[in-house]
Design a protein around this ligand. Structure first.
Ligand code: ATP
Length: 325
């Protein structure tokens, strides 16, 4: 039987449809009253996140419903994402536990990540990872991402804020929630493009070129793909090597122009051998079809030298920006 995402079956079970497959979402439906909200953790585009209790410690991601958006459409989009999240079981992905699916209390409940995000470690605490640790982290991110892609899920928002690291283990969060965030009150603006800080450097050239104020973003037709996830992974790799974002402190217009024209940031400050930088260039390939899969990246990483890199006089620093060609 095929039902639309916002219909209910005879027993009142909520049904979801992903592609042509109908799925019962009831077993993932958590009554809002069963959740105990505790400490406030932070706010993102999606809404507020709380530490809470539901059969143990959990993270509760509350969806900020937009009063200007059609509630039925919002609920449908939310259920499609929830239907996707149920399919994910991998040790490098945050554990999806269920969702509150009755408006006005829409929320995603996941395991609570311990440790800190890579964003906090690299950009707030300014920690430096040695090459071996950077590779271990990148390998675990690639394993989680390869699994997501095998399940047909595009992350669409891979960035160091969405990667937690605790006791040598990586946990990726926020996969597949990008479409939901666009329905949230805080992120919408009718007449102009909202660019959250630190977002642009993860966007591939094909997405940057599709970004036109309002239209493309609001209409949900940015060309996200597994290959745009690989581009975003390249930026995470750059941050792991360098401790900075590419194009850091440059105005949005300048980043958009450079990425759209295939101009790469300077590799001058990047630690590591040629192989390490070549992997970055592969991920940041201007042509999306030339970017490697996460499976291929894992093979490349197995061969990367893990010792500290010492630059020889015959290995000049590339001080100039590099273009796609
Ligand atoms: P953006 O919305 O721009 O992506 P963000 O990633 O900070 O920014 P959220 O993902 O909503 O936004 O997270 C808000 C806060 O909650 C952040 O401090 C984040 O680290 C924290 N957080 C999110 N998910 C979890 C989780 N499962 N466990 C622990 N903390 C979490």
């Amino acid at each position: 039987r095929e039902d639309s995402v916002d219909s209910q079956d005879d027993e009142g079970h909520m049904l979801g449809r992903v592609g042509s497959i109908s799925v019962a979402l009831k077993e993932w439906d958590i009554p809002f009253e069963e959740l105990i909200r505790e400490d406030y953790i932070g706010t993102g585009r999606f809404g507020k996140v709380y530490k809470g209790q539901w059969h143990g410690d959990v993270a509760i991601k509350m969806l900020n419903m937009d009063p200007n958006t059609d509630n039925a459409a919002q609920l449908s989009a939310f259920k499609v994402e929830v239907a996707n999240l149920r399919k994910t079981r991998h040790e490098n992905l945050v554990l999806f536990m269920g969702a509150c699916m009755k408006p006005p209390h829409l929320a995603i409940v996941t395991s609570l990540c311990r440790g800190s995000s890579l964003f906090t470690l690299l950009h707030v605490r300014k920690e430096k990872f040695n090459m071996s640790k950077a590779i271990i982290i990148a390998q675990q991110v690639s394993q989680g991402m390869g699994y997501l892609h095998a399940k047909g899920i595009v992350h669409k928002d891979l960035k160091t804020k969405n990667i937690f690291f605790d006791k040598d283990k990586v946990v990726i969060t926020d996969f597949g929630l990008f479409n939901v965030t666009k329905l949230c009150h805080a992120s919408r603006h009718a007449d102009r493009l909202q660019i959250p800080p630190g977002w642009l450097c993860y966007l591939s050239p094909e997405i940057i070129k599709a970004l036109q104020a309002g239209a493309a973003y609001a209409n949900n037709d940015l060309p996200f793909s597994t290959m745009s996830d690989v581009y975003a992974f390249g930026t995470v790799w750059y941050e792991l090597l360098n401790g900075h974002w590419p194009f850091e402190d440059q105005p949005a217009e300048s980043i958009i122009w450079q990425v759209g024209h295939g101009i790469k940031p300077s590799f001058g400050l990047i630690r590591g051998s040629k192989d390490v930088k070549d992997m970055l260039l592969l991920c940041w390939n201007y042509k999306c079809e030339d970017r490697p899969s996460f499976g291929n990246l894992l093979k490349i990483m197995e061969r990367l030298p893990r010792k500290p890199f010492t630059r020889s006089p015959s290995h000049p620093i590339h001080l100039l920006s590099r273009s796609a060609d």
